[in-house]
Design a protein around this ligand. Structure first.
Ligand code: RIB
Length: 301
């Protein structure tokens, strides 16, 4: 399996704070670090660290060129990342003392990707993957996700969709063409049309409604410290996280996605793949940063 991750590359600015600010409040932060992130970049790094053949497509400014240097040692092919005259995406991350975060982002180059670039990148990847199974791994930080999904299907690629961040655009996508979804509770509840009341039964209900709504798609529902649930036709599985200290949850979902896909591509069962992905995410939250906290294959498999 060859992977094309078409997604955001961001300069992550991590403001370590006591607590996430409330409206009208000003808070002095404990430290400020410049790091590497973006859901596309993180997921590509996770797949590559897990031993997969990965191309990353996206758009950055010259201020983000160093992001590519960070990705290359992991083996991520970045030939399809364009450099434009504008800036790189920035994510402003408040990281509180419990390792929880709140993120606002400025799209920069991520928001300037054009339909022509998408067609060209898909052609280039389809040529590269010819004769082998290929998968397009998409998130919702870029524009034209609908075009990406159509372009990927047209070229015979499987589609993995992580509809994050979840917004009103999601329902206009050709969702039924997704082969595998990765959703957290908020995204899952929104797609399933389930009001969230925090009850223990919510997650199972979300999963069942998603399996019913998308009968041809595998559903992976990530639940933070509760682990993850999987549903596809009559198969149901569950994975649990390991007991690592929580330092920073940023990018944990991206680590999970990369490792689950990689484990499946390496022919592990769904149950085993959930266990590996949960382990990888548990390790990732025990270190600060998104991309830099992703463990390598030797630590996980
Ligand atoms: O999923 C985590 C990522 O979301 C961060 O790295 C940040 O860049 C935001 O895009």
């Amino acid at each position: 399996m060859k992977f094309l991750v078409y997604g955001a590359l961001n300069i992550d600015l991590i403001f370590s704070v006591d607590h996430i600010v409330i409206p009208g409040e000003t808070e002095r932060c404990v430290s400020l670090e410049k790091s590497s992130g973006g859901k596309g970049s993180n997921q590509a790094a996770a797949l590559a660290k897990a031993g997969m053949d990965v191309h990353l497509a996206g758009k950055i400014g010259s201020d983000g060129a160093y992001l590519l240097e960070i990705l290359h040692p992991f083996g991520v092919n970045t030939d399809l990342v364009k450099i434009w005259e504008g800036g790189t995406g920035n994510a402003l991350i408040q990281l509180d003392r419990n390792g929880q975060n709140a993120i606002v982002y400025y799209p920069g180059g991520n928001g300037a990707i054009t339909p022509e670039e998408i067609e060209k990148a898909m052609d280039a990847f389809a040529g590269y993957a010819a004769g082998e199974e290929g998968m397009a791994v998409l998130q919702n930080e870029l524009p034209h996700i609908d075009l990406m999904m159509k372009a990927a299907k047209k070229r015979g690629l499987r589609i993995c969709l992580n509809p994050s961040p979840c917004d009103e655009k999601i329902e206009s996508l050709p969702l039924e063409t997704t082969d595998i979804f990765f959703v957290n509770e908020i995204e899952g509840a929104s797609l399933a049309g389930v009001p969230r009341n925090g009850g223990a039964g919510d997650n199972k209900e979300i999963l069942e409604k998603l399996v019913k709504r998308f009968p041809e798609s595998e559903i992976v529902l990530t639940l933070g410290k509760e682990g993850a649930l999987y549903g596809y036709k009559n198969t149901r599985e569950k994975g649990g996280v390991l007991d690592y200290p929580v330092v920073d949850t940023t990018g944990a979902g991206d680590t999970f996605t990369g490792y689950f896909l990689a484990a499946r591509a390496r022919d592990f069962s769904v149950r085993e793949s959930l266990a590996f992905a949960c382990k990888a995410a548990s390790i990732a939250v025990s270190e600060k940063g998104a991309l830099q906290a992703i463990p390598d294959a030797r630590e996980v498999f």
